[in-house]
Structures are given as C-alpha cells and as structure tokens.
Design a protein around this ligand. Sequence first.
Ligand code: FES
Length: 81
Amino acid sequence: MNPKHKGREIICLCNNVPRDVIEEAIRNGCDTLNKIFDATTAGVGPCGGSCRRKLQPMLDSFQQTGTFPEVIKKDNRGKRR
Ligand code: FES
C-alpha cells in the first residue's frame, strides 16, 4: 500500500484510490462514473470495475443529499453490463 494512503479507506483496490480522493473529485464536479474514472483512475483497474458498486452509491448520495454515506452500501448499478 502506498504509505500516503495509510489509514484511509481504499475504495478502488486495483488502483489504490482512497475514499477522500473520490469524494473530492465528486465535490469538484465529477457527476458521472466516467468523469470519476478519468479524474481518479478508480473503476478502471484490471478487476473490471468491482469498486463501481461503491462509486455509484457515493455519487448518488452526493447528488441527492450533498453528503457521502458513513458506510457505503454496495450495489450493482455501476457494474459493467
Ligand atoms: S477495485 Fe477498482 S477497478 Fe478494480
């Protein structure tokens, strides 16, 4: 693990992208999964995007409430079809 990310919740294990980096990207205007992929590299790793099950709920939560959930509940909406 990148020592810079020690103690931070890693959302994308493939590309070692922590939660706060994703939250910042969303706050700064990433309003689609594709924009999050481009801004953070989360969601486009070799596993095929299993972390998208967390990215989509984070995005939805921010768009609906302006905040992020304390605990992210995975779902399948962001999954590749
Ligand atoms: S965990 Fe994010 S792309 Fe694999």
